[in-house]
Design a protein around this ligand. Structure first.
Ligand SMILES: Nc1nc2c(ncn2[C@@H]2O[C@H](COP(=O)(O)OP(=O)(O)OP(=O)(O)O)[C@@H](O)[C@H]2O)c(=O)[nH]1
Ligand SMILES: [Mg+2]
Ligand SMILES: [Zn+2]
Length: 332
């Protein structure tokens, strides 16, 4: 099995030992002042497609060759917040090849966007993916039961980063005719909602046209059917697993984000929650489009406890208040 993120310092940058072997160890570091600027896009020659402890997989431009790369740390710019790994899936990088399969990354472009959350272990950022065009927020209509909390958080994160969001409801074959569709309200406020079912092929063509030509990342709770959707779209047989009958939840089958070779689709592991990073409590209301046309009594209403606030009547108001409370408490 491929090594996965372990959550310790070894997952951060290359170790002393590795750096020495690339000629930038303790002594080399003193002699040469490292150039740590971001690359301009023309300098990049590959894209990170998967990240492991201490190394990552890079797809070289113009070819379908993949390289297992380490990092020349002294050359890489330092992010404003400590990150779990020096690069993320989607990062544009410059790498030097050693033979046909190995390489070392010595430069990275500044990201045009990223989906990131606080890493649970320390004051760190976990960048799920970078430089994407479309976030497919996947939620099942049943098994596991549809809950809007994570959908709302992903919608805020995407809008804050200028990433187009699409909500994809899965397992429509399990939907009981005449039942309530709590996800309809997202369509009412202007988001794109696509209903799909891999059993029966419902909505797959709509999804296919929504993602066409866009670097798309599939995110959501475990067990909602992200990998199954990719299998249905691509005719692949990537590993999926049944939702647990005892907990009603997924089993965290996909264990790391990766770009599927030859496609523009990124599968990710199911997440329980998605903490918001870099979003100010003051700005949160901007990401609820339904608040835009409200005529609250306060001209610049924060939609908190103001007299005559009209937001209170809206379906997503409780969700807004929960997110606002956690941002105000500094909990993300
Ligand atoms: N009935 C039905 N079952 C589905 C559908 N899509 C996925 N499933 C089932 O749901 C279970 C979970 O699917 P996965 O594709 O592994 O879910 P995932 O979102 O990738 O889960 P993680 O990798 O754990 O995050 C599997 O048993 C699938 O067969 C669907 O459209 N209809
Ligand atoms: Mg999966
Ligand atoms: Zn208001």
């Amino acid at each position: 099995m491929t090594p996965k993120y372990r959550g310790d310092d070894n997952d951060w940058l290359d170790s002393e030992k590795d750096r020495g072997s690339h000629g930038s160890g303790r002594h080399a570091k003193k002699a040469a002042k490292p150039d740590k600027a971001y690359l301009v896009s023309a300098e990049a020659n590959g894209t990170v497609i998967e990240v492991f402890p201490n190394q990552c997989k890079v797809l070289g431009d113009g070819a379908s060759d993949e390289f297992a790369c380490t990092y020349r740390k002294a050359k890489l710019p330092t992010a404003d917040i400590r990150e779990r790994a020096p690069v993320a899936v989607g990062d544009r990088v410059r790498f030097e090849r050693f033979g046909n399969r190995d390489g070392v990354i010595d430069g990275v472009c500044e990201r045009r966007n990223m989906l990131a959350r606080p890493a649970p272990e320390r004051a760190q950022r976990h960048v799920l993916v970078a430089n994407i065009d479309l976030l497919v927020i996947v939620a099942a209509c049943r098994e596991p039961v549809f809950t809007p909390g994570l959908v709302d958080r992903f919608l805020v994160a995407a809008q804050a980063q200028g990433i187009e969001p699409v909500i994809c409801i899965t397992k429509l074959d399990l939907f009981e005719a005449g039942g309530e569709k709590p996800w309809s309200l997202y369509r009412d406020v202007g988001f794109t909602v696509i209903e799909t079912g891999v059993k029966g092929g419902t909505g797959l063509e709509d999804l296919r046209s929504a993602i066409a030509g866009k670097l798309s990342v599939f995110c959501g709770h475990s067990g909602v059917g992200k990998t199954s959707l990719l299998n249905a779209l691509l005719g692949t047989a990537l590993r999926t697993a049944e939702v647990s009958t005892s907990t009603g939840k997924g089993q965290h089958t996909t264990t790391g984000a990766y770009l599927l070779t030859g496609t523009q689709m990124i599968d990710t592991p199911g997440v329980r929650e998605f903490g918001l990073l870099g979003i100010k409590a003051d700005d949160l209301r901007k990401y609820f489009p339904e608040f835009g046309g409200l005529e609250c009594e306060e001209p610049d209403c924060f939609h908190q406890d103001e007299e005559g606030c009209k937001a209170r009547e809206l379906p997503r108001y409780p969700s807004y208040r929960r997110m606002l409370a956690s941002l105000q408490a500094g909990e993300n």
